[in-house]
Design a protein around this ligand. Sequence first.
Ligand code: NAD
Length: 258
Amino acid sequence: MADFSGKRALVLGVANKRSIAWAIAQQLAAGGARLAFTYQGERIEETVRELAGSVSGELVTECDVRSDDDIARVFAEAGETFGGELDILVHSVAFAAAEDLEGRFTDTPRERFWLALDISAYSLVACARAAEPLMEKAGGGSIVTMTYLGGERAVPHYNVMGVAKATLDSSVKYLAWDLGRKNIRVNAISAGPVRTLAARSIAGFTTMEDIVEERAPLRRHVSADDVGAAAAYLLSDAARNVTATTLYVDSGYHAMGM
Ligand code: NAD
């Protein structure tokens, strides 16, 4: 297990106990990290507060990543909680309108196209920028975001979310270049299908799962815990010279041509 003792981590994207962000937070907690969490919307506040309480989370605060004010406030609060420093940022946030995950990509209207890219890709840029001074003060840091193969290949139904992931993937590389000189690493994990709240809004999600079982080299699904373990590696000092990369946790599916 990775050692995170004394490390200070901010986790965005816990909605419930199935969230990938929660699996990552549990790894960080097990390694001894100090944790801060954000949630989006009153509807999930109580759930996130309960989960955060179970790992002695020191801060639970609202953040809608569409809002620059929210992002500025959240990082100021995290700075206050952690003595002006931050070591780890987990970005596990995405959104596209349900109707855009079932019809044709061609029919995506302008405002919902930008909504998906704003929440699912630009938010990483805004959060990395806000984290930069706190991580610089800490002598460096590690940022992990969550992506999917649908950003590299056309996956039926993934549609505008695929375009958002392509933007996210590219942002990881440019952020890694900018922030590398401050010893801040930026990486992505490309996960195979995991049954979460967000995944449920993708039409044909069970077909995606069936195809992985049939065609991935390991012929089995991945769990949120598998993703959490991979994130723990990227966020730990064991990955100190790993940045600007994508780690696939998908039973090898990404390597297949058919
Ligand atoms: P989830 O629904 O548990 O998490 C998505 C999170 O995004 C939620 O916590 C939600 O509150 C947050 N969010 C949405 N809009 C927001 C906004 N405006 N401001 C702040 N937060 C907002 O689902 P998940 O599957 O754990 O998703 C986490 C990440 O993993 C996403 O980036 C998703 O695309 C990615 N991912 C998931 C899978 C999968 O199969 N579940 C596979 C690959 C990648």
